[in-house]
Design a protein around this ligand. Structure first.
Ligand code: A1D88
Length: 962
């Protein structure tokens, strides 16, 4: 064995292979990993390096791994065919087949090129699973899977791997190669050949292999995934046999491409003397004979080829959920495999596949890796828990049901995702499901297997790639906002909630259509007092070139929180920083990152709820400053005060806060529910609280021209909030005119696709204004066609959803029933009590109620004036959903957003057709005829063509509303 290798040793090899490698000075993560011999927990472990594990962290770590799979055949059959070759080794490894014959020592040397080390290994009949200082290596007879994180140089392993495969296994040609990775968190830290996807990694692979295809999958301005794969070389079996007599030296025929001279994989100088303490357990890997299971595996032919790999790549991990992946201070010894095994159980990873054999490791001071084997399959988990770069990956080739609702044999993809994310509680995650093509499979099931049924997460993307021999589904998920979820699309939103830690004020929204253009400067909020400029420079410097950094108020705003301003040389860099760090963590503190807004004239912000305080900025400069400078300072100060208020709000109660500049920038008017001990100071500017009203309703001072309602747009949804709290939103004529005006505006606004009408928690609306009506005469109401203008809502062609809490009585009930869909809170009270006032319902109550609930019930309600509950209303079909009080508006907006994302003319046709059905003006036959005409009419729309085409092409439609 030694002779064979030695005979080919080229003394200059290291130079050749490492010709492009940067020095270790650039290698920041792990300096030194040593394994305590006590950590060997099973006979399968071969690691036995002295001392405890020590990892030096530089404050951030590139968790996302590079993943390489090199296949020398479609199945282990390739290995058995080559088994009788003249393997000259003397050891009993010759009893194994294919790549599994290769001694650990050679993998170790290959991994040295990559810059990682073997920690331990477990084996079964099918595969050897090596746990590495940076992730994992799986060696099957016919393929090798290598996954490495940090700044490792994974691709540099390939020439050495090909050499090993040729010399030890007579594999002279690869069948397929797969290389993939998620977008790096800190791309600038990467070393050659991983500094750039296209120019380095793809080029490197293209130089090695023919027929390679490279992809970027997903949003290039968010979390995307890179993939490189070669097409199958189906002559590989023939080729291996044909080259049976080829001497066991490396030649350029090892790959499917002739390598350029500088890539010829010359063997490195290899010390053939095994380390004294490393390969002690080598013999334990041996098996005397091939077991029946191995025989089964190796006789699988290419025609039966099946392969499936899922990766779940998670970021923004919940800090408390990943605490367990830290070494505890309580025990000095707590690192290594022993505590890895403890964490398997504590985290629930051991329960993912109860029959699996796990090999896990807890790093010092934190970080965790695990390999697990289940027959011929594996799963592997790697965790980087540090808040500044939190990341966890799960990868497995254990088969999953690709039918989304299959409960028969194995877990569905969704089941697995739910189990995995419940352990790490990520803020975002991407899933890649890579499965060999099966002509019998219904692609819709495959796509649907990555569905929307992940609770608390919203799926952002789902992409199907039909690759050569494989189907790939990529999907990206992000956690829903916990508080009111207006945050989904805030492009036109005009107020924001303090309790929503990851939302941004609209003026600083990244995508805000009405927002000013973002600068290259970003704000980072909620920093702890421990954060220094150097610290920020280090973390944020990875996203680009920082031209200016300012930590102006790392003082006691409140609870040691502060903000920083970071300016990048380009907008792209700033965008990247915001996209990565917003919602991320630093020193355990959740961050909010946003662009510094341009604010020469702030966007109009209508009042939404309650006014509690008004802040007036007064400048107190020691020295007189010129006006321009003064102005800039005020803008800056106002921004800081705005941020500071968030901190105050976060420390009080669940608050809503609207901000707006009044009187140029000198006055900052704040609407806030409840604030205690507000004392704010900014650099050179004192902020004074001049009036504090407290947490009472009814003091709202509308900023828009409306006196009785509030309006705000949320993406494609227009929201109208009835706002006469003192009168329980009684529907005065003035109020109804305002509703009509707002409806008209939304009807004419092409950006708006659906409308939501709501009130307060206490009252949707307590009816027409009795005080206004009390003294009216018949002549007056008749001549003026009193309430005639209430019919306007029925002319609105866009869908209207009522979100009802509290009282919906009389005209309030009628208003709700005039909407197209009604969501109600559990405590909502409906009724037509007019009879008790000596009148009858006058805005459609008797008609709509009768059509909705039938004559008898309608009579009971109208003639007795008794109220009815939300639950009754739902049972009778007046209400479509009953929800907890605090969910009603959120869910209504969610539904409205869903509807608004569809083709507007088609939605309007649907509304018109349903309304005709409920009007009872038409017979069933006439109604169906009307519906059919409208249906036929949709074929005149471009959206009809697009919708159907998109379905056939298995993609999301792009509506043009034409
Ligand atoms: C075509 C359409 C016709 C109609 O809609 S006719 C009107 C039908 N509606 C009703 O009959 C309901 C009238 N309101 C009530 O019965 C009660 O209210 C409630 C049961 C809804 C709530 O009772 P509680 O919690 O005790 O509050 P509170 O003190 O009665 O009301 C708070 C303030 O709200 C004013 N208010 C309530 N409903 C109306 C209304 N429909 N028109 C004018 N004002 C109303 C009150 O007067 C009072 O105000 P202040 O504090 O100044 O006395």
């Amino acid at each position: 064995m030694s002779d064979i290798i030695d005979s080919n040793v080229n003394p200059n090899t290291n130079d050749i292979i490492d010709s492009n490698i940067n020095t270790d000075a650039n290698y920041p993560k792990i300096n030194n990993i040593n394994i305590n011999t006590n950590d060997i927990i099973s006979n399968d472990h071969i690691a036995s390096i002295n001392d405890t594990a020590t990892i030096n962290y530089s404050g951030f770590f590139e968790g996302p791994e590079k993943l390489l799979e090199v296949w020398f055949g479609a199945s282990p059959a390739i290995a058995i065919k080559n088994r009788n070759h003249d393997y000259s080794g003397n050891d009993n490894r010759s009893k194994r087949i294919g790549l599994r014959q290769v001694k650990t020592q050679f993998w170790k040397e290959m991994l040295e090129i990559v810059k990682c080390q073997i920690i331990s290994v477990i084996s079964n009949d099918y595969v050897d699973a090596y746990l590495l200082s940076e992730s994992s290596l799986f060696v099957y007879p016919h393929k090798l899977i290598l996954k490495t994180c940090g700044t490792t140089k994974l691709l540099l392993a390939i020439p050495q791997l090909l050499k090993i495969a040729a010399e030890h296994c007579h594999f002279y040609k690869v069948w397929r190669v797969f290389y993939s990775r998620k977008r790096f968190m800190f791309p600038k830290q990467q070393l050659h050949p991983h500094k750039d996807w296209e120019n380095e990694e793809v080029t490197y692979l293209d130089n090695l292999f023919d027929n390679g295809a490279a992809y970027i999958v997903g949003r290039i301005n968010a979390d995307y995934w890179n993939l490189y794969l070669t097409s199958p070389q189906d002559d590989v079996l023939l080729d291996h046999q044909y080259q049976h007599s080829t001497p066991a030296i490396i030649t350029t025929t090892t790959t499917s491409k002739t390598l350029p001279p500088h890539h010829i994989p010359e063997p490195p100088i290899i010390d053939m003397h095994p380390p004294t303490n490393f390969l002690d357990s080598e013999e334990e890997l041996e098996q005397d004979t091939l077991s029946p299971t191995t025989m089964k595996a190796i006789t699988t032919t290419a025609s039966e080829f099946q392969d499936q790999t899922i990766e779940i790549l998670m970021t923004n991990l919940d800090s408390s959920s990943v605490q367990k992946f830290y070494q505890s201070n309580a025990s000095n010894n707590e690192a290594g495999t022993k505590d890895g095994a403890r964490i398997d159980k504590e985290s629930g990873l051991a329960n993912l596949y109860p029959g699996a054999k796990l090999d896990s490791f807890l790093f010092t001071p934190c970080g965790y890796s695990a390999n697990a084997l289940l027959d011929e399959n594996y799963f592997t988990v790697h965790v980087t828990p540090e808040p500044s770069c939190s990341y966890a990956s799960f990868e497995s080739n254990i088969p999953l049901s690709l039918h989304y609702n299959d409960s028969s044999t194995c877990s569905t993809v969704s089941d697995l995702i739910r189990n995995v994310i419940s352990i790490f509680n990520p803020g975002k995650f991407s899933v890649t499901l890579f499965t060999s093509t099966d002509s019998r499979r219904d692609k819709r099931h495959l796509v649907a297997s990555l569905g929307d049924d992940i609770v608390r997460f919203v799926r952002k993307d789902r992409i199907l790639y039909e690759l050569d021999g494989y189907d790939l589904i990529f999907a990206h998920f992000e956690k829903k906002s916990r508080s009111r979820s207006y945050s989904k699309s805030r492009s036109r939103s005009l107020s924001y909630s303090r309790s929503r830690s990851r939302s941004l004020p609209p003026s600083r929204s990244r995508r805000g259509a009405s927002s000013p253009a973002p600068l290259t400067k970003i704000i980072v909020e909620k920093l702890t007092k421990n954060v220094t400029v150097a610290h920020l420079q280090e973390i944020f410097g990875t996203f680009g070139t920082i031209t200016h950094i300012d930590l102006p108020i790392n003082k006691k705003w409140n609870a040691n929180r502060g903000i920083a301003y970071i300016e990048y040389s380009t907008r792209t860099e700033a965008e990247r920083a915001v996209s990565y760090m917003d919602g991320g963590q630093l020193d355990g503190t959740e961050l909010t990152c946003a662009f510094v807004p341009r604010r020469p004239s702030p966007p109009p912000i209508p009042a939404r709820r309650r006014v509690s305080i008004i802040l007036i900025f007064t400048t107190k400069y020691k020295q007189q400053q010129d006006t321009a400078h003064h102005h800039v300072d005020l803008v800056q100060a106002a921004t800081e005060a705005e941020l500071a208020l968030q901190f105050v709000a976060a420390d009080t109660q669940d608050l809503d806060l609207d901000l707006r500049f009044v009187d140029d920038v000198h006055i900052l008017r704040v609407r806030i529910v409840h604030v205690v001990d507000l004392e704010l100071r900014t650099q050179g500017v004192e902020v004074e609280v001049t009036r504090s009203v407290g947490a009472t309703e009814g003091t709202s001072e509308p900023v828009s021209s409306y006196k009785n309602i509030l309006i705000e747009s949320n993406g494609k949804v227009g929201l109208i909030t009835l706002n006469r709290p003192k009168a329980l939103n009684a529907l005065s004529s003035e109020l109804f005119h305002e509703i009509n005006d707002a409806l008209e505006k939304y009807q004419n606004d092409p950006e708006i696709g659906a409308i939501v009408i709501t009130g307060s928690d206490r009252a949707f609306a307590a009816g027409a204004d009795i005080k206004e009506m009390q003294d009216k005469t018949f002549a007056e109401v008749y001549k003026s066609n009193f309430l005639g203008h209430w019919g306007k809502i029925n002319e609105i062609r866009k869908p209207i959803i009522a979100a009802v809490n509290g009282f919906a009585l009389g005209g309030g009930c009628e208003l709700a029933m005039s909407c197209d869909i009604v969501y109600a809170g559990v405590k909502a009270t409906f009724g037509q009590p007019e009879i008790k006032l000596g009148v009858i319902p006058g805005a459609g109550g008797t008609q709509r109620l009768t059509r909705a609930i039938g004559k008898s019930k309608a009579m009971e309600i109208v003639l007795s004036g008794r109220n009815f509950t939300a639950e009754e209303a739902e049972r009778w079909g007046i209400v479509s959903k009953v929800l907890p009080v605090d969910k009603v508006l959120e869910e209504a907006i969610n539904l409205a957003q869903q509807i608004a994302s569809l083709s507007q003319p088609v939605v309007q046709a649907g509304k018109e057709s349903v309304n005709n059905g409920t009007s009872f003006e038409l017979s069933l036959k006439e109604g169906c005829h009307f519906e059919r005409r409208l249906f036929q009419g949709t074929f005149a729309l471009r959206d009809q063509k697009e919708g159907m085409k998109a379905f056939i092409e298995k993609r999301e439609p792009k509506w043009t509303n034409e």
